[in-house]
Design a protein around this ligand. Structure first.
Ligand code: DGJ
Length: 725
């Protein structure tokens, strides 16, 4: 049993792979956090409880112990109205207008398997505790779900809110969890960015008051990823306590760390309550998205590996987790909108024989689309552009033994499209009020079932009519002008959450109807890179910035939460289209191969040397692919901190590894640099191919190796480290 309850102490213990999570029910009925961290035994942890400072605290009715309010406990689910002034997880308004809640323990049950969440992706499997809390006056309740895994060092949590009263109520805030951490010696780590520079790392100390990360964009966003790290002071990449919160959600979110007056850190978050309210009828429930909280005593790297393991084991479709990925040639940067059948065939011809095995036709094949101003929504072939129809390209590609992929942007419409002309009301916006454009397009109102049916029908028709093996699902603008025609005024603020439920619904109906199609996610690069999207799309285009030098930081930051196999990474032409930088082909390959790789350029421009280089690169990628898919990542040098970007990916049995070393700038008289290796078995002996070094794991870990570097900027090398018996 991973979950146990001690009725004498009222303590719940939840044991995962290397973690224990504990909380208890106090005599009033408050559900109070005790501990989350390294695996420990089931002692009576209530000696942990240190009374904090009090200031003008009221005592909830019926509690005749002076000053005893939830405020003095670390909450498992903070609520408002009865003397807890920290950030609540739930804020609810009754039909009379009051917002008073007193949520106390009611009962609990332990389930051998976690029930799925209605309409939202979540981790699969895992033993689950469901704890029922209730406000005895209003009948409002909250069910807290806790799931632990014997193969992963995380706890998954969510809350379900229930209106047990006789009248409607209104959720003003409906977060997924609360959790306490002792003290305030933490830095908050966030992954911030923008288009073309997604998931850069920022850390700031927690402080009295609230530190938060959020999105108000209806996408999980490039601006701030739905992740918050709580990194104990003194923790490094390899040692010390690191916690990470990752929300399995793709719409507007918020995560918060608040230091209370008692000097303790309280975490909470979930669906963003900005521009949110939800009418809950009598007897109705509201499900919140799941939050995955990882812990490691092995530093930030250990926290990342905990996330990588759980997402590979419990969210990415098992069919694809360890399956060899397509190596694509995508025509976007090679042609943009400017192509015809002959050009596409020529690109496929020039890729033949290099090991590239999938041709992906990007934006511009449908409707009347010659640029970004028209065609979105018209998912039928532009025959005047593609002479001979799509069949001519697909047959040509298939005849070469390659697979065929096609780009869609299902959630969007251009004003200049047949779909918009027929159904202008399908677009999000308020009649009579001019709307904002984003990339010349509008978003479709996925809160409406008729709009969703229309999208699903047209995309599925294309997928069943043609031999399409791969889909790239794009999403290129953020929402404005939120208004849904036909929805009651008092439900308009349900939009952000209803929209994403609509996204999940169409993903479900398109992905499930096409089990043999491989789906790649994309959102103008990485604007919707989150665990919920990984449930549908085993890999996601990481960024529209394909410059290898820039990618070192984007991919390093992305790996803080997401496994390498989730990152789609392409080799593109030089000078790079986003930065105009020249980088060597070798480096572009090495950096792109730290993920699900591909090429995005005009292969008809290849010289013989380029072709040979690509062939060799694809061979090398296949040699390391099993490590990229299933290995343990050790980040050694951060490109945010110095001239080097060094990473190792080690097989689970520690019998082999790949070592990638990248140096940004050359200098005539550079200091020497020793690289200590990580993740190897100290008792094994290893051979490093390419360097001709044979040494013990202990020596490689503690003494390290020294490398020579060419006199050139932006160079890299990859070495195979393998056990010798
Ligand atoms: C944004 C994507 O990130 C690109 O890869 C490309 O597919 C374009 N959209 C096409 O419009």
């Amino acid at each position: 049993m991973a979950i146990t309850f001690n009725p004498e102490t009222n303590i719940f213990y939840l044991d995962g792979k290397d973690i224990t999570y504990a909380f208890y029910i106090n005599r009033v009925g408050y559900v109070s956090h005790l501990y989350y961290g390294a695996r420990i035994s089931h002692d009576n942890l209530r000696f942990f409880r240190a009374p904090g400072r009090s200031s003008k605290t009221a005592t909830p009715p019926g509690i005749d112990q002076g000053g005893l309010s939830y405020q003095f406990f670390d909450p498992e689910l903070g609520f408002y109205g009865t003397s807890d002034y920290r950030e609540p997880a739930v804020h609810v308004q009754s039909v009379e207008g009051d917002r008073i809640l007193n949520l106390l323990y009611d009962s609990h049950e332990i389930l051998p398997e976690k029930p799925a969440i209605g309409g939202m992706p979540s981790l699969t499997g895992g033993e689950t505790l469901v704890l029922h809390m209730k406000d005895s006056v209003s009948g409002f309740g909250a069910d807290l779900y806790y799931t632990v895994y014997d193969d992963s060092s995380v706890i998954a949590r969510r809350a379900v809110y229930k209106n047990g009263g006789e009248h409607d109520c209104r959720l003003l805030r409906a977060y997924s969890f609360s959790m306490g951490l002792p003290g305030m010696d933490y830095d908050v780590m966030s992954l911030y960015g923008a288009w073309g520079c997604e998931r850069h790392i920022e850390t700031i100390p927690v402080h009295h008051g609230v530190v938060s990360v959020d999105s108000k964009r209806l996408s999980s966003s490039a601006t701030l990823n739905p992740f918050m790290g709580l990194i104990a002071k003194g923790t490094t990449e390899h040692h010390g306590d690191a916690y990470g919160i990752s929300l399995v959600y793709s719409s507007s979110f918020v995560l918060k760390a608040e230091v209370s007056m008692a000097g303790e850190t309280v975490l909470t978050g979930g669906i963003n309550d900005f521009d949110f309210s939800w009418k809950l009828g009598a007897g109705e429930c509201f499900e919140t998205p799941e939050v995955v909280i990882a812990y490691s005593a092995d530093g930030i790297g250990g926290m990342s590996r905990a996330f990588h393991d759980v997402f590979r084991k419990h969210i990415i479709n098992p069919r694809y987790v360890n399956a060899s990925r397509p190596v694509v040639i995508n025509n976007w940067e090679g042609t943009y909108f400017n192509f015809n059948t002959e050009k596409l065939k020529a690109i496929a011809d020039a890729a033949e024989g290099t090991g590239i095995d999938t041709f992906v036709l990007d934006d511009g094949w449908f409707g009347k689309r010659d640029d970004a101003t028209s065609g979105l929504g018209d998912w039928y072939v532009n025959e005047s552009k593609l002479e001979g129809g799509l069949e001519a390209v697909i047959d040509h590609v298939h005849a070469k033994g390659m697979k065929f992929g096609l780009w869609f942007e299902p959630e969007m419409v251009n004003e200049d499209s047949d779909l918009y002309r027929a159904h202008p009301d399908y677009a999000i916006g308020k009649p009579g009020r001019p709307r904002c454009y984003g990339r010349h397009q509008y978003m479709l109102d996925l809160t409406r079932a008729d709009v969703r049916d229309c999208i699903v029908d047209s995309v599925n028709k294309m997928l069943s009519r043609y031999g399409i093996d791969y889909v790239k699902w794009d999403y290129n603008r953020n929402v404005t002008d939120i208004y849904s025609i036909g929805r009651d005024a008092d439900r308009q603020m349900e939009f952000a959450h209803r929209y994403v439920l609509g996204v999940y619904d169409i993903c479900e109906r398109i992905v499930n109807a096409n089990p043999n199609v491989f789906f790649e996610g994309c959102a103008a690069g990485g604007d919707r890179f989150d665990p919920a999207m990984l449930y549908y799309f085993p890999q996601i285009w990481t960024s529209d910035d394909s410059d290898a030098e820039e990618r070192t930081r984007i991919q390093y930051g992305t790996s803080i939460v997401y496994p390498l196999s989730a990152m789609s990474c392409h080799v593109s032409a030089v000078p790079n289209h986003q930065t105009h930088r020249m980088t060597p082909m070798r480096t572009r390959g090495d950096i792109a191969h730290l993920g699900a790789t591909g090429y995005e350029l005009d292969t008809t421009q290849f010289t013989d040397t380029d072709r040979e280089a690509v062939s060799a690169q694809v061979d090398e990628y296949r040699k390391y692919e099993h490590l990229i898919l299933g290995g343990d990542l050790y980040r050694i040098d951060s490109p945010f901190e110095g001239n080097f970007f060094t990473e190792m990916v080690v097989s689970k049995d520690k019998s082999e590894a790949m070592l990638l070393v990248y140096r940004r700038l050359s200098s005539p008289n550079a200091e020497s640099k020793r690289i200590k290796l990580y993740g190897l078995d100290k008792s094994k002996t290893y051979y490093i191919e390419g360097l001709d070094i044979t040494a013990g794991g202990d020596t490689l870990i503690h003494a390290g190796i020294a490398l020579k570097y060419p006199k050139e900027d932006y160079t890299s090398a990859v070495y195979h480290v393998r056990e010798v018996k």
